[in-house]
Write a protein that binds this ligand. Sequence first.
Ligand code: GTQ
Ligand code: FE2
Length: 362
Amino acid sequence: MTVEQDVDQELAAFYRDLDVVDLAPLWTITEQLLTPVPRPKSIPWLWRAQTYVPLAERAIKLVPIERGGERRVLSLRNPGLGGRPYAAGTLWGAVQCLGPNESAPAHRHTPGAIRFVISGEGVFTTVNGDACDMRSGDLVLTPGMAWHDHSNTTDRNMLWFDGLDLPMVEALDGIFFEPHPDLNQAVEGEHNRSERQYADTCRRYTSGSVRTELDPTPSPLLIYRWADTEERLRQETGKQPDAPSVTVEYINPRSGASVLPTLACGVQRVFAGRHTLPVRRTGNWIYVVRAGAGHSVIDGQRFDWETGDMFVVPSWSAVEHHALEQADFFTLSDTPVLRALGINREQSLDTPQAITGTFSPR
Ligand code: GTQ
Ligand code: FE2
């Protein structure tokens, strides 16, 4: 036996001895752990309205909403995450639906949630006694540990997008959940109380910087109306008439921080026939196509979209948008956490990406 074979055998025995006592040698895994740039497990993916709307309607026919099941929700399950029901490593995204005169039971939990209505009206979400009417284009907040339930008082189905920080809170081992003692909580007074309290719209949006310190107090304003969002988009367009797109972020009117401590919401409008240059950003992003048609290129892959489609841009993927018709994206990201931790990064690229493939949804 040579000296080298001797050493090899000793080393193999050493690795076995480490393994059986649950110790791992970093030098063999450094490159998987400390990657030069983020390597999210979630992959760019898209869900078409054409596909999910009929399935949500089947769910309304087939599956009642009851205490225990709590919600009729189809989660966006990213195929990169090994079967976990998350849109991205840190974000929950889903389509929730209610049939005529149905309501989803009241509960509360540590994960925070936002709702964005793509179309329809007639549902209100009650948040700590404040009934918030939900109409097309509106954003409704249900901050962590706020009691919430959803009620459809009309004779029509309604669908909306749900976004939560559930996977992030799960990763932090911080999940708590409580059913409300009553099936539905009492509505206190007139609907849309927070909207009347914060009637001044000027501090609900920003196109510039957002307060970066993590603010554990959620926004006291629970509903942001599409008419106000659209007005702010119009003002931004006036300020940058030649830009291919304008972006606004919804903010907490009291502090100037993101709407929830963990979640940032925004709207990006891309003008007809225009395209943006690629950008890489940390944080995971879900895009909901509120209106328009076109395509986006994510890490070289082309994703065609139209109204109601939803897609995921994982951290540090290069993304650019091409609008055939004027497009409005609602966006959800975990950016506030990256901002607060000082690890938020962005890189602009100055040429469009070469397209290496086209996504074809199942
Ligand atoms: O509406 O309360 O999509 O608790 C996931 C968890 C929605 C909700 C979701 C929830 C809800
Ligand atoms: Fe909930």
